[in-house]
Ligand binder design. Structure first.
Ligand SMILES: Cc1cc2nc3c(=O)[nH]c(=O)nc-3n(C[C@H](O)[C@H](O)[C@H](O)COP(=O)(O)O)c2cc1C
Length: 253
């Protein structure tokens, strides 16, 4: 079983591609919390790197999972460039559950946070060139039950950045906000938000305080009414993985 978390679809697309090659199913990490996984012989976690670490929601969800102790356990991280502590911190959570991580690897993909800094994630499509062969390699090594952590070391910078004090300032740089003048109350942002953090009040989207910075609301709003980092959202910079669509990203449950 491959458990995923995804905001702009990179991790979902990769979870699906791996699942095809491994003969596994995919399940959202949110649904996995209530699922009975005890009969699984292989558990994969596929999620992105946010701010040099795993997303806060991923760490919270993995902490809640009840995982089989003897399954082959692997992590595949998606990232724009580097994964820093994104494996290290989840590995620690797994070890607290007495679960050894058998394998991890990363896949570089377009950086969905680039939009927050006035850059265009769609300019990074070149990263897809190496991506297919990396997925093939990962699938091959997993099928061989390889015990190999391609990287998983501790990065002090990633740790400092995600301490409570520092992260409060840093996370704000990629915190989405609704522009009420552009919002037409269609509710798409509320449907794609994995955290169920957005509701409609008087036909306008309103955010609560559970945002985990996935930016799904920014990338999927057809009105460009969700902005981030004080930048006007323009359609050319909205990004989602080419193999996922809005329907794939709608939160279930
Ligand atoms: C808030 C935020 C922070 C990010 N921080 C990093 C980072 O520190 N390092 C990196 O290489 N990529 C970073 N990225 C890029 C994502 O890891 C990458 O785009 C990932 O594939 C997104 O996965 P998803 O489409 O499944 O949500 C960040 C993306 C977001 C939205």
């Amino acid at each position: 079983m491959i458990l995923y978390f995804s905001g702009s679809g990179n991790s979902l697309a990769i979870a699906r591609q791996l699942a095809d090659k491994l003969g596994e199913q995919v399940l959202s990490l949110y649904d996995a919390v209530d699922a009975d996984l005890q009969a699984e012989t292989r558990i994969g976690l596929v999620y992105p790197t946010y701010w040099l670490d795993a997303p806060v929601a991923v760490k919270q969800l993995v902490a809640q999972l009840v995982l089989p102790k003897n399954a082959y356990t692997f992590i595949v991280i998606t990232c724009g460039a580097q994964t820093n502590n994104a494996v290290w911190s989840v590995r620690k959570i797994l070890e607290q559950k007495d679960i050894q991580l058998d394998y991890c690897h990363k896949i570089r993909v377009p950086d969905s946070s680039a939009i927050a800094f006035g850059r265009n994630p769609n300019d990074q499509a070149w990263k897809f060139d190496k991506y297919a062969s990396r997925i093939d390699l990962i699938a091959k090594e997993i099928l061989e039950n390889r015990h190999r952590l391609h990287f998983s070391g501790f990065d002090p910078l990633g740790w400092i950045l995600n301490t409570k004090k520092v992260s409060q300032k840093v996370y704000r740089l990629t915190l989405p906000a609704v522009n009420p003048e552009k919002c037409i109350g269609c509710g798409v942002c509320a449907k794609v938000c994995p955290q169920a953090n957005i509701s409609l009040v008087n036909d306008k989207a309103v955010m609560d305080d559970r945002c985990t910075l996935c930016l799904a609301c920014v990338h999927f709003c057809a009105q460009q009414a969700v902005e981030v980092g004080g930048k006007t959202t323009i359609p050319e910079r909205q990004y989602h993985h080419p193999h996922v669509n809005l329907k794939d990203m709608v939160r279930r449950g």
